[in-house]
Design a protein around this ligand. Structure first.
Ligand SMILES: [Mn+2]
Length: 494
């Protein structure tokens, strides 16, 4: 397990002092699960120490280009390191940044300005910000400095939302320190060597199996074949306890291993032999359950919980996500003392209803759009990539839809989709999604897309298997051609 480097620890002590000595506080956090989690942890700290005068705003990165600095203390979480956030700072401004993205300014920048500037970024200390800790994790370490270890579970939610487990199927580095705290607090259950399939608490197992799309198998998009597979393996598909279809979380250890083994065999048969060593990582990994949450709800599984957080922000309802986390913090505070507050339970029920409504609309929007891919929106095949024109699709979900369309295209190539950024901004938002298998082979699409976009006067970046870019709309064809050329010889799956 990794410890916090001494230099970084010192910065946390300073951050704690900065918060304790400030009264008028403003928080800016990012529009995704990690950003929401970061904001919830920071709000949690402020509430616990009795600070009442603070505001929080969940923003897109472009807001930070000219952000006003007009509060006693301005905190940026899960963003800020890569933007000119101190442009409007004056002599008595105080700025705190907790971010894991590549920093624009160096570690000693604080010594060169005449206002208070404190930046905590793992990259300054040789820690990988894409795998070892994310924005929410950094905020949790601040909470820990105050002694609030009960906020640790949100650090795990953040890390899963940020796909920090993408490479190995488990959380690593400083994230493991957070896991340990959450386990000690009785808030987290880690399931090792689990079947890693999305929807372990809420989807019938055969449905979850039919969504498998890192490699196209016979069960992909075919629930009957998925059910046949379970029967062939002699896995009981009904849950005798409540007479519903079994879910991944119900599987006995024996059945789980039987299924994992068979899936690995199926994948191995479908891919070139040199990729066989990566097959287990597609179906096996660690799962994280929130111990105080009820079984068979999305709240129980970190991955399903993170999807709900994203549904809120993508539908411009971040306040619902923040409210749920706030109430859950309060609920956990008393539940471990064997208490239950009817006020908290009923307030949470109201928020969960709102969230269910948002998620339902969100899924409907995604499904109706995915249905058009390959029909009114044909997938065009180039040698090293495939793409579709996502015109009309909201830019903040075009990536999700590109990912969902992978199973309808060629899984050996990345799927690229583009759509106009917004009604006011005619630039194109480009999203890329691909099978994890491509990344295991060492291709980092986030770096490639950044380079190509920058060459065309845009910008971009992101993860190895999920990334995006913004480019001027007239550069569309050039972008596709240039990506296609850049990938020449990199994809060797055929
Ligand atoms: Mn993040």
């Amino acid at each position: 397990m990794t410890n916090i480097p001494p230099e970084m620890k010192k910065r946390y002590e300073e951050a704690k002092r900065l918060i304790e000595t400030s009264n008028d506080i403003k928080i800016y956090s990012h529009t995704d699960c990690d950003g929401i989690s970061s904001g919830a942890i920071l709000s949690g700290i402020l509430k616990k120490i009795g600070k009442k005068d603070f505001g929080i705003e969940i923003v897109n990165l472009d807001v930070l280009e000219n952000v006003p600095i007009e509060h006693e203390l301005t905190i940026f979480s899960d963003l800020g390191s890569g933007q000119p956030v101190d442009k409007n700072a004056t002599e008595d401004s105080k700025i705190l940044i907790l971010d894991h993205h590549p920093p624009l300014r160096d570690i000693n920048y604080c010594d060169t300005v005449d206002y208070t500037y404190l930046e905590i970024n793992p990259i300054f200390h040789g820690i990988d910000g894409s795998q070892e800790i994310c924005g929410g994790g950094l905020c949790y370490l601040l909470a820990k400095e105050f002694g609030f270890k009960d906020l640790s579970w949100i650090g795990i939610l953040a890390a899963i939302g940020d796909i920090q487990n993408g490479k190995t199927g488990r959380l690593e580095g400083l994230n493991r320190t957070i896991i340990k705290d959450a386990e000690e607090e009785g808030l987290l259950k880690v399931i090792q060597n689990d079947l890693s399939l999305y929807g372990r608490q809420t989807r019938p197992l055969f449905v979850a199996l039919s969504y498998f799309s890192d490699v196209i198998l016979e069960i992909t998009n075919d629930q009957n074949k998925a059910l046949d597979l379970l029967k062939r393996l002699d896995i009981n598909t009904r849950n005798p306890e409540n007479d519903t279809s079994i879910r991944a979380c119900d599987l006995s250890q024996e059945d789980k291993f039987k299924l994992i083994k068979e899936l690995i065999n199926m994948i191995t048969r479908a891919i070139p032999s040199r990729y066989a060593i990566h097959a287990p990582k597609l179906v096996m990994g660690e799962s994280y359950e929130f111990a105080n949450e009820e079984k068979y709800t999305f709240l129980r599984d970190a991955s399903e919980f993170s999807t709900a957080m994203n549904a809120c922000v993508r539908n411009e309802r971040p306040e619902v996500a923040l409210k749920l986390l706030d109430l859950t913090i309060k609920r956990n505070e008393i539940i471990n003392e064997n208490n239950l507050s009817m006020d908290i339970e009923s307030n949470r029920a109201v928020v969960l209803d709102e969230l269910a409504e948002i998620s339902k609309d969100h899924r409907y929007y995604l499904r109706t759009n995915v249905e058009e891919i390959g029909k009114s929106k044909p997938i065009i095949q180039k040698k090293n990539l495939q793409y579709f024109d996502g015109d009309g699709i909201r830019s903040n979900v075009v990536g999700t839809i590109a990912g969902m369309s992978l199973s309808h295209g060629d899984w050996r190539k990345p799927m690229i989709a583009f759509t106009q950024v917004s009604e006011e901004n005619e630039d194109l938002k480009i999203s890329l999604r691909c099978s994890k298998l491509l990344a295991y082979d060492g291709v980092h699409f986030g770096s490639i897309i950044r380079e190509v976009a920058q060459n065309l006067g845009g910008n971009g970046g992101g993860h190895d298997v999920a990334c995006g870019a913004y480019i001027p709309k007239e550069k569309r064809d050039e972008f596709i051609n240039s990506m296609n050329e850049k990938l020449e010889g990199k994809l060797v799956l055929d």
